[in-house]
Design a protein around this ligand. Sequence first.
Ligand code: GUN
Length: 291
Amino acid sequence: MQLISGTQIASQVLEECQREIAELAARGLKPGLAVILVGDDPASRAYVRSKDKKCKDLGLHSVKVELPATTTQDELLAQVRRFNADPAIHGILVQSPPPKHIDEAVIVRAIDPMKDVDGFHPVNVAKLALEDPTGFVPCTPLGCQRLLIAAGIETDGANVVVVGRSMIVGKPMALLMMAKGKGANATVTVAHSRTRDLVGVCQRADIIIAAIGRPEFIKAQHVREGAVVIDVGINRVDAPGTEKGYKLVGDVAFDEVAPKCRAITPVPGGVGPMTIAMLMSNTIKACRQLG
Ligand code: GUN
């Protein structure tokens, strides 16, 4: 069984980023990322903090805006528009999910598609479907694909089962894996909460990508001997007696699934660090394209 280290592969991606940042600096350019968080969800705060820190570590320009949960939709739109107009900002990310009174679709559509490093704007969703390389692919699916390539997993003609159909992961993941090219060319099935015989569907997979957001949902029975499992889940579950009072587990019951796998990603240290690395990579791409 091969343990796919996202931490290690992410650091390779970040080394590439450093080289590109140096090239851009020689042309007088410095990529800038704006991250906006509305509200005080602890997990979202932790993600936003680590995105901001990684930017600063790499020497990118980073602006973090933390707005109270009472922020109105118009106030948030005004903030997005300020960043659209700011030439020092090349990437804009509004942490999802926002509080319930905010219509996320409206916010996403207000972001300049050229600065939409999350790849959530309809223009970028279309570019992914159209295989237009100028678009932005959402960071988590892009990170999963990069993990598969770096770990030497053959995707060409493989049966890939994506479990989950979210706009952030499942749907773009499926588009990416079915596209033409390296780390793609797969036969893709998208399974979700309404899928009949999920166990049977998963058992036919050469590669399972678990992105349902339910702790340890994928069990040994879902996985055929020799399959590859990519675990996108980051779930906080109670862990009484520990310092934080919780621990992070994936969407895969790692201990029972891992012995059956040819390769598997751990949680933490799998997909998580890749998501942040691909955000850096997308921000650099935005800077290059905006010039
Ligand atoms: N929430 C969970 N993942 C993501 C992501 O990749 N981008 C944003 N903006 N919010 C998220």
